[in-house]
Design a binder for this molecule. Structure first.
Ligand SMILES: Nc1ncnc2c1ncn2[C@@H]1O[C@H](COP(=O)(O)OP(=O)(O)OP(=O)(O)O)[C@@H](O)[C@H]1O
Length: 318
C-alpha cells in the first residue's frame, strides 16, 4: 500500500469525505481538508481528530492539516440610501428574509450606527450578541437570517458618538463574525455618504449596492448622490428600489400617492441603472416590522413586493 493509501485508510469514516488531498513525503503527511461552513471550534476539532488518526499510521512522523475555505467567499451587497427614514432597514430585513425563503444562506450586518434597527425588525430586539474567543456569534433570527448589529454592541437606547476609527473597528468586528456557511451578507448602511459608507466600500469591497429611495424629488436627489459615491468607489449599483410608493386606504380602498410615484424608476432609467421594484406605503408593513414579524416571512400581500425584488436581486447576482 502506498503511504497516501495508508493515510486514507486510517481516516475516521465520518471525516474521510472532507479530505480532498493527501501527500506523504519524508515521513510528513499533509492533508488538505474542505472546511467550508465549519466554524472555528468545529474546524479545530476536525483538525485534532485527523492529526490523531494520521499520526498513528506507520512511517508518519509529522501531520499537517490545512483547512481550506475556512472562510468561504462571501458576497457582500450594501443597501444604502441618500437620506434617512426612507425604509432602507425595512427593505434590507425583508430582502434577507425573502432570499432565505428562496433557499439562499443570508446574513444581515446592521451597520447603521445612528439608528440600528435590524434586531427589532428580525425579531431579536432583546438578544445580546455572544462572543466565542474573539469572534462574535450572529443572532439566528426566527426567520432564517443571521444578523449582527451595532445596536447589540451598545446598551439599548444609548446614543453612539463614535469617531471614524472606532466605527471602522466596530464594523470590522461585525463583518468578521462567525458567519458559518452564510453565502450572502446584506449590509444595512447608515443613510448618507459618511465614514461607515467609505470604510465599508474601501475595506470590505461589496460586489454591489442596492439604493433605496422614496419617490419625492429631494429623496431622489440624495439617492443620486449615494449612487455617485458607490460609482466612484467602483462598486456597481445593482439597482434602485422605490419605497413608500402609492398608498391604498385600508378603509375605502382608494389609491393615492402621498410622496409621488414612479420617480425612482424614472431616475434609474435616466442614470442607466436597473430598477428593482416598488414597495407600497402600507400600514401592514409598518406594524409587522415594528413587531419583529417581517412581512416577507409570510405569504400575505405585504410580503409580495419584497419577494419580487429579492428575485430580481438574486437574478442580478447570478
Ligand atoms: N413601505 C412602507 N410602508 C409603511 N411604512 C414603512 C415602509 N417602509 C418603511 N416604513 C416605516 O418607516 C420607518 C422608517 O423605516 P426604516 O427604519 O426602514 O428606514 P431607514 O431608511 O432605514 O431609516 P434610518 O434613517 O433610521 O436608517 C419605520 O417605521 C418603518 O416601519
Amino acid at each position: 500500500m502506498s503511504d497516501e493509501k495508508a493515510v486514507r485508510a486510517a481516516l475516521p469514516a465520518e471525516l474521510a469525505d472532507m479530505v480532498k488531498a493527501i501527500r506523504v513525503e519524508h515521513g510528513r503527511a499533509t492533508l488538505v481538508v474542505d472546511a467550508a461552513g465549519l466554524g472555528r471550534a468545529a474546524g479545530a476539532q476536525v483538525q485534532g481528530e485527523l492529526e490523531a488518526a494520521v499520526s498513528a499510521v506507520e512511517g508518519v512522523g509529522e501531520v499537517r492539516v490545512a483547512l481550506m475555505a475556512d472562510r468561504p467567499q462571501r458576497r457582500i451587497v450594501a443597501v444604502g440610501s441618500g437620506k434617512g427614514g426612507v425604509g432602507k432597514s425595512t427593505l434590507t430585513a425583508n430582502l434577507a428574509v425573502a432570499l432565505a425563503r428562496a433557499g439562499h444562506k443570508v446574513g444581515v450586518v446592521d451597520a447603521d450606527i445612528y439608528g440600528p434597527s435590524q434586531p427589532t425588525l428580525l425579531g431579536g430586539a432583546d438578544e445580546k450578541l455572544r462572543a466565542e474567543g474573539k469572534q462574535l456569534v450572529p443572532f439566528d433570527s426566527p426567520h432564517g437570517v443571521k444578523t449582527v448589529s451595532m445596536g447589540q454592541l451598545v446598551e439599548r437606547g444609548k446614543a453612539i458618538a463614535w469617531r471614524g476609527p472606532m466605527v471602522g473597528q466596530a464594523l470590522a468586528q461585525l463583518m468578521d463574525a462567525d458567519w458559518g456557511d452564510t453565502e450572502l451578507l446584506l449590509i444595512d448602511l447608515p443613510p448618507g455618504t459618511g465614514d461607515v459608507q467609505l470604510t465599508m466600500l474601501q475595506k470590505f469591497r461589496p460586489i454591489g449596492a442596492v439604493i433605496v429611495s422614496t419617490p419625492q424629488d429631494l429623496a431622489l436627489i440624495d439617492a443620486t448622490r449615494a449612487i455617485d459615491l458607490f460609482g466612484q468607489a467602483g462598486v456597481p449599483v445593482l439597482g434602485v428600489v422605490e419605497n413608500m410608493a402609492g398608498y391604498v386606504c385600508p378603509h375605502c380602498g382608494e389609491e393615492s400617492d402621498p410622496f409621488g410615484s414612479g420617480g425612482a424608476q424614472a431616475a434609474a432609467e435616466r442614470i442607466g441603472i436597473p430598477f428593482l421594484g416598488r414597495v407600497p406605503l402600507s400600514l401592514e408593513i409598518r406594524e409587522a416590522s415594528d413587531a419583529g414579524q417581517p412581512p416577507a416571512a409570510s405569504d400575505g400581500a405585504a410580503g409580495k413586493p419584497f419577494a419580487a425584488i429579492a428575485a430580481q436581486l438574486a437574478a442580478a447576482l447570478a
